[in-house]
Ligand binder design. Sequence first.
Ligand code: PGA
Length: 260
Amino acid sequence: MANRKKLIIGNWKMHKNVHEASLLLHKLEQAVPVYRDVEVVLAPTMLALQSLSLQINRRQFKLAAQNCYWRDEGAYTGEVSAAQLHGVADYVVIGHSERRHIFGESERDIRSKVQAAVRNRLHPVLCVGETATERADNETKHVIHDQIVSGLANITSEEIGFVAIAYEPVWAIGTGQNAEPADVDKVARLIHKQVASLYGEEAAAALRILYGGSVNDQNAGHYLSSERIDGLLVGGASLSPKVFAKIVEQAHNKHNDKQV
Ligand code: PGA
């Protein structure tokens, strides 16, 4: 919504080792201006979270994990819990399409992870979106509805404002085929409506809705012009300090446009 801070998240995915991540952060520190009305979040490899958390200026950037496990501790070899991320990251991306489709994450996993994030005071960024086939079959509305109802099933109306939802059409991720801003605006309104019908208008007004999928410095502004879009989840373009900085600048400009 217009009077809220914009949220720009850079998802580095499985790129950069610890040393390279530190260098990228250094370049971003120089390139990305600090605006009071834009919150900038970086999601590096899990391995680099700890070291970057020591390097980072928290007024400029916050950190996100790209995933977490939903139990707080125990014999779960290879997993990292939301409880362990507490104090290192502020956000956690949950149910990204690569997690759903490559790693077979189920709706049950995703809803438990959203709950674990909130329990451990990490903002969950719940990713939802239809595949190309679902889109061709006119299923977008139903897919989004089901993913939202299921993903938020363990969340109370008081907790909704702590959550962000990223609408990321699967066919738009990493393909250069970004969604039409008008269609994204429609889906964002739909998400708002669905959350309002589940949790009430007040809770829905507090929810942040982002768009992700082939965002770059040329198209970012179009999405941010929508009243319903509070920010962007940026993949490939977040690895270029120059491009990412331009996206953050646009978030600031758009925010100012809407204030007048
Ligand atoms: P992309 O990735 O910007 O490279 O399409 C977005 C995402 O996966 O979050």
